[in-house]
Write a protein that binds this ligand. Structure first.
Ligand code: MUC
Ligand code: MG
Length: 367
């Protein structure tokens, strides 16, 4: 089998409930559908969410990198020879989301060619993932109402609260209101998206110490190496690296330098191949992992479920899988259902994320 063409299709779907966080805001899913076509008539598909405030990539840059830089070099290769594809992509630095989408599209292709679900190819550990819901910036009472609604409607009992605001009291109050309103059985953890300094994060941890928070993600810029290491040394809860660790090399740097002691894995920026490397590093070192969300569509969320459910370590905690619920529409032909707080893998060949052709036609922005 040979790759015959690589397509990158831009589209835009508005959010009904925009997500706001310390490093940015998402009001529209202005993503890219990556498609890899073959001479066997099989096509692999993936969704690429540009996050300029996180990785510097835009919708335009992803399209150009995929179609003009990677495309011409990988046409003619066998999609099973993915080390060759990665060697091509490796020659371009950064552009993790573009690379991740090409990798996931390749796995989708391989699964379809083998008539096998990719969650089985990757590990087949379990058939569903528990869902963690991400709460963006809002007044404390509205956050509580949102969490209660997601608990009632979907059975979700794990929440990641976006923090990193100033004054610190905004987030400290939100933590207290959530814990009081949701009770002790609900898991709450924090993600500051580099919004604070390490010392500010330390102060927030001091003022929330009795709330049973389980993790703090990306409290400050990982480049502030010395203060970040001090925070990790003194924090009673794991400090999770997210946007600072798109590759296995980044993860090893942060873990070995003491900049983090837990790792967030995101398939959207690491694909399945690099995510597997990161996971192996973490399990080898005895480091906890979480499955994060790059504010994914249902197509991207199916990729996260596929990877997360495939492995023991990635399915141990709830994965962040519910951002798509805030979109006005989606491209997935068979919509994802959250039942009793869980999303199931699909026993279909590939990643199980078939796109509705009419919807893509409607939302694409290049015609
Ligand atoms: C997260 O975990 O940080 C926000 C920005 C981004 O790149 O991902 C999201 C969620
Ligand atoms: Mg994060």
């Amino acid at each position: 089998m040979k790759i015959t063409a690589v397509e990158a299709i831009p589209y835009a779907i508005p959010y009904t409930h925009p997500l706001k966080f310390a490093s940015g805001e998402v009001t529209t899913a202005d993503h890219i559908v990556v498609r890899i076509h073959t001479d066997a008539g099989i096509t692999g598909t993936a969704d690429a969410p540009p996050r300029p405030y996180t990785y510097g990539e835009t919708q335009t840059s992803i399209k150009v990198i995929v179609e003009d830089i990677f495309g011409p070099e990988i046409v003619g290769l066998d999609p099973f020879d993915r080390e060759k594809v990665h060697a091509v992509m490796h020659r371009t630095i950064n552009n993790q989301v573009a690379k991740g989408a090409v990798d996931i599209a390749l796995w989708d292709l391989m699964g379809k060619a083998l008539d096998t679900p990719v969650h089985k190819l990757l590990g087949g550990y379990t058939d569903s993932m528990r869902v963690s819901h991400m709460l963006g910036f809002k007044p404390a009472q509205e956050l509580l109402e949102e969490a209660q609604r997601f608990g009632e409607d979907y059975g979700i009992t794990t929440f990641k609260l976006k923090v990193g605001r100033r004054p610190l009291s905004l987030d400290i109050e939100a933590c207290h209101v959530l814990r009081e309103g949701l009770g002790d059985d609900v898991e709450i953890y924090l993600d500051a998206n580099r919004g604070w300094t390490a010392n500010e994060a330390m102060e927030v941890l001091r003022q929330t110490a009795d709330l049973g928070l389980t993790m703090l993600e990306e409290p400050c810029d990982a480049k502030e190496a010395m203060s970040r290491r001090r925070l990790v040394d003194h924090s009673p809860i794991p400090i999770v690296a997210d946007e600072s660790v798109p590759t296995a090399g980044d993860a090893s740097r942060e873990l070995l330098s003491g900049g983090a002691n837990a790792i967030c894995i995101k398939t959207a920026r690491s694909g399945f191949t690099e995510a597997t490397e990161i996971l192996g590093l973490c399990t080898g070192l005895g480091v906890d992992v979480t499955m994060g969300n790059q504010i994914d569509t249902q197509v991207g969320s199916m990729a996260t479920v596929t990877f997360g459910a495939a492995h023991r370590a990635t399915s141990a905690r709830a994965g962040e899988l519910s951002n798509f619920l805030d979109m006005s529409d989606d491209l997935l032909a068979d919509p994802i259902k959250i039942v009793d707080g869980r999303i199931s893998v699909r026993d279909l060949p590939g990643v199980g994320a078939e796109i509705d052709a009419d919807k893509l036609e409607h939302y694409r922005t290049d015609k």
